[in-house]
Design a protein around this ligand. Structure first.
Ligand code: CP
Ligand code: NVA
Length: 300
């Protein structure tokens, strides 16, 4: 049966570690210029309803480096659900290519694609989750810290798609995740329900204290632009800055999925400072997504 990756919850703990292992091997090949054209002859269709720098380039370049090809479908190209139903788009694409990656507004769109496609579908970000990001981020922490065991990760900011995927991963891997959001902006209840190692606070200091990793994301996600001004007020205290970093462990890592708004969710001297690993993190999108594509095609 074909496998999809629409949510972190599509994977087991064992499978997440398989992905880390594959990512490590793929990265090693790439860095050592060892040919790894494992997906020769394969094609990836990339559907975008929203903008992207990292997701688009890393999937496209990743496919090229693996010997395959990627087709970029801009928001206005196929007008999914308007020009043609989501189900018909999925059924058509399945007849021509090997994989679909979709960045969508509503999570149900990527679920509908997965339901109707006979090929694997990858969620490249929806309003509910950003699972590729979290696989990449955990892999990056693993590289820097050597293990995920006994790590405390503090997520400061909006309980958004990235945060939901973090909660899902924390509950699968039993990671200690401390989240600080303003009241009313917590991650989804259904994700928190089974997450025994996740604590939610409404004060950034409570989450940041003794943390090994401080993580943040934008205050207003794509699609929430009209709430930007109001969110700036609500989130003004939820910033990773010198004061917050001082509460974390001395060797704490600072992470951000990017794009970042310096002076909002993160101070410029912190994202550009010694603790920040945001560009290692961005680099790893390439290696981990190559692993996700190979893994899904092998399992399907
Ligand atoms: N982090 C991330 O997904 O970046 P893009 O929106 O640029 O793809
Ligand atoms: N939460 C952000 C992540 C961007 C990569 C958004 O959805 O816009």
């Amino acid at each position: 049966m074909k496998r999809d990756f629409t949510s972190i919850l599509d994977l087991t703990k064992k499978e997440i570690f398989e992905l880390f292992e594959l990512s490590r091997n793929i990265k090693h090949s790439y860095k050592n210029r060892i040919e790894h054209r494992i997906l020769r002859g394969n094609t990836l269709a990339m559907i975008f309803e929203k903008p992207s720098l990292r997701t688009r380039i890393t999937f496209e370049a990743g496919m090229t480096q693996l010997g395959g090809h990627a087709i970029y479908l801009a928001p206005q190209d196929i007008q999914m659900g308007k020009r043609e139903s989501i189900a018909d788009v999925a059924k058509n694409i399945s007849r021509w290519v090997d994989l679909i990656m979709a960045r969508v507004f509503a999570h149900k769109t990527v679920k509908e694609l997965a339901k109707n496609a006979t090929i694997p579908v990858i969620n490249g970000l929806s309003d509910l989750e950003h699972p590729c990001q979290i696989i990449c981020d955990l892999f990056t922490i693993l590289e820097h810290k050597g293990s995920l065991k006994n790590m405390t990760i503090a997520y400061i900011g909006d309980g958004n798609n990235v945060c939901n995927s973090f909660v899902a991963a924390a509950s699968l891997l039993s990671l200690s995740l401390k989240i600080a959001t303003p009241k009313g902006y917590e991650p989804r209840k259904e994700y928190l329900k089974s997450a025994r190692t996740v604590q939610v606070y409404n004060a950034p200091e409570k989450a940041a204290r003794y943390a090994d990793v401080l993580y943040t994301d934008v205050w207003a996600s794509m699609g929430q632009e009209s709430e930007s001004a109001q969110r700036k007020k609500v989130f003004s205290k939820f910033q990773i800055n010198k004061k917050l970093l001082a509460l974390a462990k001395k060797d704490a890592l600072v992470m951000h999925c990017l794009p970042a708004h310096r002076g909002e969710e993160i101070a410029a001297d912190i994202i550009d400072g010694a603790h920040s690993i945001v560009f290692d993190q961005a680099e790893n999108r390439l290696h981990t997504q190559k692993a996700i594509m190979i893994w899904l095609l092998q399992k399907s």
